[in-house]
Design a protein around this ligand. Structure first.
Ligand code: FMN
Length: 399
């Protein structure tokens, strides 16, 4: 069916909802949630929270992407325990007090047609880190003097530091592990209460769950370490704990690093196994990234190009039989569309390209022939842009 563009004089917002031709703009339904297109705003930490509480910054930052047409908008990595924050400015959901300030965000995203999602995480040995523009090094007493932000002790599967110059984290006790598992479940309950409808668990980029998954960070010899099944146990218990408190009709995703890119670390085949195990626990989609376990230096094996992580997502989708989301160095609408049309991924997530152009989704729709006349734009801007285009064309301006 041809997409209908409002004719002159017709109310802009009376246009019928169009039928899309590209894979990128085909709606997708995960459990009880329908997302209007395949574009997700990848979680992007803003380091702007105070004691884990969201504020107007987060609303404005995320609201731009909803107005810009993204189907699913993720709130950044949100700590399930205070000590699981990566930086002092991370968001948190470790107490009921954190719920209320998130509500304006979910309400706005819903109202503007973007499904509100949130990523839950625990930084483990990566906790107590300075913001990127303060050096991405451990917080010290100096930060207390400069910014009133004191360092705090980190926990991890094993007392192995994240990188050179980092303190040894405390090896987690059984009680610590039980606490973290429960904290993920409780935070999921709070996320649902705050109005989120998609959950993404941060199990990649060297965060706590990834630290358990990777032999490079997990040297435990008890049931939480050792072979693949042992190292996977925390991820599975977290999925179970969340599924007990996260509504049945809402989708659950895990962001995993498909490969550590380092000898002796996680390989894609291990991640296929992890994805299978998670699928059996009610996880609906694997959000597929890579790397992050071995410190800040880029591993020698890691060759970056546009969409370089998509093939890993494709392998997981084919071999584990679970839906995938592809992310990383994506900016070309045609390439994103092809990754979906070719069956490598079910959705794409973008981060930096959206910072550069929050309206990327709407521009992609026009490029792929799915939006003529700015009909997908909020009428408050789309109506004017449509009128200007007509006039510019009539007057023969702009080439
Ligand atoms: C400002 C910023 C903050 C980020 N914070 C998070 C985060 O909280 N959680 C996460 O999983 N990834 C985070 N990332 C990584 C992105 O989600 C994404 O995976 C990565 O930037 C690659 O995608 P891109 O090439 O489209 O930027 C962040 C990236 C940026 C640029």
């Amino acid at each position: 069916m041809e997409q209908r563009v409002p004719s002159k004089g017709e109310n802009f917002d009376q246009a019928e909802s169009p039928t899309f031709m590209s894979a990128l703009f085909e709606p997708i339904t995960l459990r009880g949630v329908t997302i209007k297109n395949r574009i997700a705003v990848s979680p992007m930490s803003q380091y702007r929270a105070k004691d884990g509480h969201a504020n107007a910054w987060h609303l404005v930052h995320l609201g731009r992407f909803a107005l810009g047409g993204a189907g699913l908008t993720f709130v950044e990595a949100t700590a399930v325990e205070a000590r699981g924050r990566r930086t002092p400015g991370d968001l948190g959901l470790w107490s009921d007090d954190h719920i209320e300030p998130l509500r304006p965000i979910t309400a706005f995203l819903e109202a503007e047609g973007s499904v509100p999602g949130i990523q839950l995480g625990h930084a483990g040995r990566k906790a107590s880190e300075r913001r990127p523009w303060h050096g991405e090094t451990p917080v010290t007493d100096e930060d207390r003097d400069l910014r009133g932000e004191a360092p705090w002790p980190a926990i991890a599967p094993s007392p192995l530091p994240y990188d050179e110059g980092w303190p040894d984290p405390a090896e987690m006790t059984e009680d610590d592990i039980d606490g973290v598992i429960a904290a993920f479940g409780d935070a999921a309950r709070r996320a649902a209460d705050a109005g989120f409808r998609v959950l993404d668990v941060y199990a990649g980029h060297g965060f706590l769950i990834h630290q358990f998954l990777s032999p490079l960070a997990n040297a435990r010899t008890d049931r939480w370490g050792g072979d693949g099944a042992g190292r996977r146990r925390l991820a599975i218990e977290v999925a179970r704990s969340i599924r007990r408190q996260w509504p049945e009709d809402l989708p659950l995703l895990f962001r995993v690093s498909a490969t550590d890119w380092i000898e002796g670390g996680i390989e894609p085949e291990d991640t296929v196994e992890t994805a299978r195990a998670l699928a059996a626990e009610g996880v609906d989609m694997i959000d597929c990234t890579t790397g992050g376990i071995g410190g800040r230096k880029r591993p020698a094996r890691m060759a970056i190009s546009q969409g370089f992580q998509i093939p890993f997502a494709g392998q997981i989708r084919a071999d584990a039989g679970i839906a995938t989301m592809g992310v990383g160095f994506l900016w070309d609408a045609e390439a994103c569309n092809a990754a979906i049309a070719d069956g490598q991924v079910d959705m794409v997530a973008l981060a930096r390209e959206l910072l550069d152009d929050p309206n990327w989704s709407l521009h992609a729709a026009a490029q792929l022939g799915d939006d003529e006349g700015h009909a997908l734009w909020p009428p408050e801007s789309g109506w004017w842009l449509m009128k200007r285009d007509r006039l510019v064309k009539k007057l023969g301006l702009r080439g």
